[in-house]
Design a protein around this ligand. Structure first.
Ligand SMILES: Cc1ncc(C[n+]2csc(CCOP(=O)(O)OP(=O)(O)O)c2C)c(N)n1
Length: 388
């Protein structure tokens, strides 16, 4: 029988059973892939082939992320940093994924993945400058990194389009699009992923699901049981992984990356928890219970990996205090370099995107300049206003 006799593929078979023709939501949340238990125990046969040096590197990057978060929040409180989004609790997701990428891959960040940007080659100084609002820090093309997309969902069509372009150029690299669990609820995300699916774009959609989109819990902002299952609607694979298990994230992303490189966009949902506030401008005690935070604190990823390293016998080769000290020194140096960076004028925001300003921005710049001429005190306010 020819394809035409059977009818088009989307027709499907006829059935007298309404139940058979009802596509219902899964009754339970799909499981998450795990290698290392919350107490650090593991099954040897499941551990991916990864040398002791790399295990120590994974640990080093997670500690650096912890130190960066701690120091950034303190700087913000002292008025030396803009609003900052801490990654505390999500270190394994961020580092495990970044570690599984290849050198030529491209990163599309959204703001809560500092260590991933550093692993791509972005200098720590620039991470500080970025959170101080210095536009130069966004220029990370040499490190295969796009600027973070603060407008939720907007980097998905851009990153997917970029990935498609690489495919058209026969480039073997992929684009890794980091995003939170709130992103798939935006129109941009849905249009972007659908497009990526139909053009076979090598795009990896990496979603640390930390349970919240600012104050909205996962259950409040979607009726789906997981982010990974949303891929079904777009005809792409979704993988759920324990986002507090760095080895599981690494292994899952490594596998997903191969599939993505073959032209199959894939969603990897890393189930985790944001232990700190959404940003320094947020008070999470207004929307979540301390008991919930404590539950996750007991399962935080860095301590879990330490237990794994101890049980594996690698811990004896590690001086954790020295690793932390080294990370703090790195931060000191980056802070000194950021402080020494040439001071930028607020008009810089007009200069960043275009070689030649379009007429509308030209007009806005003129308005802005005459406003500052009339109100020079406003300049100081813009520079030194209290930041959240
Ligand atoms: C288009 C748009 N709408 C609203 C916001 C305000 N906003 C900033 S972060 C955020 C929630 C993001 O949540 P999620 O995707 O879960 O990532 P998370 O911050 O939890 O890592 C929102 C709504 C925004 N940045 N952009």
């Amino acid at each position: 029988m020819s394809q035409l006799d059977e009818g088009p593929a989307y027709l499907g078979a006829a059935s007298e059973s309404l139940a058979e023709c009802t596509i219902s939501e899964p009754e339970r949340t799909p499981p998450r892939y795990q290698i290392v238990d919350a107490d650090g125990s593991y099954d040897e046969s499941q551990v991916p082939a990864i040398g002791d040096e790399e295990l120590i590197d994974l640990y080093r990057w997670m500690v650096l992320q912890q130190v960066v978060d701690d120091r950034m929040v303190k700087l913000q409180r002292r008025g030396e940093m803009g609003t900052y989004a801490s990654v505390r609790g999500q270190e394994a997701s961020v580092v495990g994924c970044a570690f599984a990428l290849e050198d030529d891959d491209w990163l599309f960040p959204y703001g809560r993945e500092g260590a991933a940007e550093l692993i791509q080659g972005m200098p720590l100084r620039d991470l500080l400058l970025y959170w101080r609002g210095v536009e130069d820090a966004n220029k990370q093309a040499a490190n295969n990194t796009f600027p973070p997309a603060i407008a939720i969902g907007t980097h998905i069509p851009v990153g997917v389009g970029f990935a498609w372009g690489m495919r058209l150029d026969d480039d073997d690299a992929i684009a890794a699009l980091y995003h939170g669990d709130g992103h798939p609820s935006t129109g941009e995300y849905q249009a972007g992923v659908n497009f990526g699916s139909v053009v076979d774009a090598p795009a990896l959609l990496f979603c640390p699901n930390n349970g919240y989109s600012i104050s909205a819990s996962f259950e409040q902002q979607t009726r789906a049981k997981s982010v990974a299952q949303k891929g079904i609607a777009w005809g792409i694979d979704g993988i759920r992984v324990d986002g507090n298990d760095v080895l599981a994230v690494y292994d899952a992303v490594k596998t997903a990356r191969e599939h993505v490189a073959d032209g199959n966009p894939t969603i990897v949902e890393a189930v985790t928890y944001r232990l700190d506030a959404h940003t320094t401008n947020d008070d999470p005690s207004r929307y979540r219970d301390q008991a919930e935070v404590d539950w996750w604190e007991d399962r935080e990823p860095v301590g879990r990996f330490e237990s794994f390293l101890q049980q594996r016998g690698v811990w004896d080769d590690i001086d954790p205090a020295a690793i932390r000290e080294e990370a703090n020194e790195q931060f000191d140096e980056a802070k000194a370099a950021a402080d020494a960076f040439e001071k930028r004028d607020v008009s810089e925001m007009f200069e960043y995107l275009y070689d030649d300003l379009p007429p509308e921005l030209e007009r806005q710049l003129k308005d802005f300049e005459s406003f500052l001429e009339a109100r020079p005190d406003a300049y100081d306010y813009i520079e030194h206003r209290p930041k959240g």
